[in-house]
Ligand binder design. Sequence first.
Ligand SMILES: Nc1ncnc2c1ncn2[C@@H]1O[C@H](COP(=O)(O)OP(=O)(O)OP(=O)(O)O)[C@@H](O)[C@H]1O
Ligand SMILES: [Mg+2]
Length: 537
Amino acid sequence: MHDVAGGLAAIHAMGILHRDLSPSNIMVADNGIAKILDLGLSRDAAVTSTDVTRAGYLVGTLRYVSPEHVDGRECGFPSEVFSFGVILYEALSGTHPFSAEHDMSLLYNISQRDASPVRTRMSACPARLDRLLATCLAKSPEDRLQSMALVERELEEIMRLSDWTSTETLQIAAPMPGHVAPQNPYGNRVMIRRREDFFGRAQEVRRIFARLNATPPGSMSIVGERKIGKSSLMNHVYARSVRQRNLEQSEKTVMVFLDFQQAKQMSVESFVRELLGIANIELRGRLDVSDCALSLDGIKDLVQRLEADGFRLTILLDEFEAVTANPNFNLEFFAFLRFLANHYNVSYITSSARDLQVLCHDKEISDSPFFNIFSTVRLSVFDRKEAEELIRKPSEAACKPLGAHVESILDMAGLFPFFIQMACSHAIDYLNDHPDAGAPDFREVRRRFYEEAKLHYRYIWEGLDTHEKSTMLRVARGKSMPDALKHVLEELESRHYVEPAGGRPRLFASTFDEFVRKESRDGGTSLLGRLFGMKSG
Ligand SMILES: Nc1ncnc2c1ncn2[C@@H]1O[C@H](COP(=O)(O)OP(=O)(O)OP(=O)(O)O)[C@@H](O)[C@H]1O
Ligand SMILES: [Mg+2]
């Protein structure tokens, strides 16, 4: 990274801005020297960019843009100091300082949220390096180091004074989680972002748009198990091209996507700030709402201005339990959201792991009429056709077709899109590792799959109560179900962990079955045995 700082300083000395800094534009040569590539967007620093979008796209790589770029202000050398800071932070800690599931939230974080000090994310970080990163990542360009030459010099000092050697510490991080390696189209482990990676869910998408096209627009609550594809579905609905195809008034519909993944203890103030901040980014060039007050009245003001201009507003709230289960949000807050939906062309699409009422922190709220405005989309596992499409299409496009192995993959992974992706990714990895193999060796693929999946299986398992665990065990062992557990079985079937399979229930995947059996051997079932008359072991 020291070489990169030096390279940038040299480009800047010629009066040129790179304008598209990102790790993919940095190459480390065989001799260990890093080089900066792709000066395609570079231009003379005297020509400044004041427009955040060009034909709706951000110029440059979204993850590494500066706050002034997001806000549509002038970008100069300090903007590249910021981008460099993000890359360095990511290289050192393996995490992006402003990470978010969604692009708009990412932009909001870049523009508004402070990064946690890098020392909180990596051990043994010299204080001076921590300070350097903090100054590179300052929100205001004036507060940053003003040139890459200064950054380079500071890095040199840090390397000289610290015990570290440059190769131990300042290396480019491993690929980010969720980053799709080009040779494996199944790298997705977080929300699907690209339209071409999104499969199935046609019926759900139709239902959601039918509600949004109604007058007044209706709200939807997407409910589904962990990792079943809630955020991916929301993001798909949010994608501009999908909206254009499905919304009757797409030009007159504003969508604001709020992602609460990182914000479990949010306050009403931060909710308001995020909503107005993202609406402001969304509306740039169409309507100026930057002066709305940071309060519920400010949101009402925003809604009234939109209404006056003939706009409809849809607010997408991913992981809405961060709000309903959060004591900072009181009855008045939910009454306010309901008021907006009842009096203006405002609708909500929420996602949550359970029904929203169940997740409320207060009975008065769960009994309140707020929840009546929602119609629920219960997200199921993929059906067979959707699953086959996910197995066939990306693998064919990558010239490593898996269509002949649908049965092996579905046996291993079941119908959860998440586990299908995981199984396919290990199958493709196997083919990449063994270019001469005609087909994947499914014993090996299964072994690798199990290593990754068992962490998620454990998460599922730990979330079950004793009745649910013992029901699962009975299913795994093919035992009959006592009447007392039949309703538990039904509940597990509705959550897709157990498949009815023509009257002989079975666990959703053979690997999950293996996990549950191992768990019963290793975890001890004497308590369960006593409770339900089973023998342990
Ligand atoms: N429609 C889809 N097409 C292809 N893959 C999908 C789809 N939906 C989900 N997946 C797979 O499942 C993974 C999890 O999806 P997503 O993050 O949307 O789920 P989620 O329900 O929001 O999860 P969480 O409970 O963690 O919020 C994705 O990374 C992808 O591998
Ligand atoms: Mg999600």
